[in-house]
Design a protein around this ligand. Structure first.
Ligand SMILES: [Zn+2]
Length: 236
């Protein structure tokens, strides 16, 4: 049987080709790129939410500032009334004093709330700055993954062309029957049709062959096969 001594070379080429094809399929499915894009989307949406929250804080700050201003104007008017001689009796004076202290209280409350909003805004700004950095980093990652995938696909195309040419050049070294058996085994046995026997152990199925079987194989002229997995075997 011509070519038995080179069958492992063929197996190596086929394993390499299969690995490259598998990697190409992975890249073409774009799983890494879509994962990177997903990360970018998440980062962008977090940043968007923080910005919306900031806008809401700004709106309520503006409302509070207006309130404070209007309380201030009312207070100034009421305090002016205290002294302009329009108040003629104690009851009116008491009512006015009550109104003034009420306005002061409401203004203080609005000022406290405004302070809280300003603190919230500071916190949101800090978190938005972090989120913005994350968006930038995620964008760079996504672009890098995209670029890497294109480069790797190019390399795979070159690698596949080389390996296939080598395979084609090697095929005439074998008897047709041997290639047929080998291809048949590869189809049935997860891509591995031929393996070495190393120290009495089949390197494909990892079974240790019996001494009798090993002796028999050593004296077999034609195709040697593993007694367990039936693959073509070659002594290492
Ligand atoms: Zn085996």
């Amino acid at each position: 049987m011509r070519g038995m001594e080179r069958i492992l070379e063929l197996q190596e080429l086929d394993t390499a080709i299969e690995r490259l094809e598998h990697r190409r399929a992975q890249l073409e499915a774009g799983e890494e790129l879509s994962a990177a894009r997903k990360e970018l989307e998440v980062a962008e949406s977090q940043l968007g939410e923080l910005r919306l929250a900031s806008d809401a804080v700004d709106a309520s700050s503006r409302r509070l500032e207006n309130e404070i201003e209007s309380f201030g104007a009312k207070l100034a008017a009421e305090e002016k009334r205290m002294y302009d001689g329009t108040i003629v009796n104690t009851k009116e004076l008491e009512a006015l004093q009550h109104e003034i202290s009420n306005l002061k209280e409401r203004r203080t409350r609005a000022e406290d709330e405004l302070l809280e909003q300003m603190e919230r805004r500071e916190d949101l700004d800090a978190r938005a700055a972090e989120a913005s950095k994350e968006v930038d980093a995620a964008r760079i990652r996504a672009e890098a993954v995209g670029g890497d995938a294109i480069r790797e696909l190019d390399e795979i195309a070159t690698g596949l062309a080389t390996k296939r040419a080598e395979r084609e050049a090697l095929i005439p070294a074998f008897d047709e029957d041997l290639v047929e058996l080998y291809d048949d085994m590869r189809r049935q046995k997860h891509g591995v049709g031929a393996a070495a026997i190393d120290d009495g152990v089949c390197q494909a199925c990892h079974e240790k062959l019996s001494a009798v079987e090993l002796d028999k194989l050593k004296h077999t002229e034609g195709v040697k096969r593993c007694e367990y997995c039936r693959r073509i075997v070659v002594f290492a």
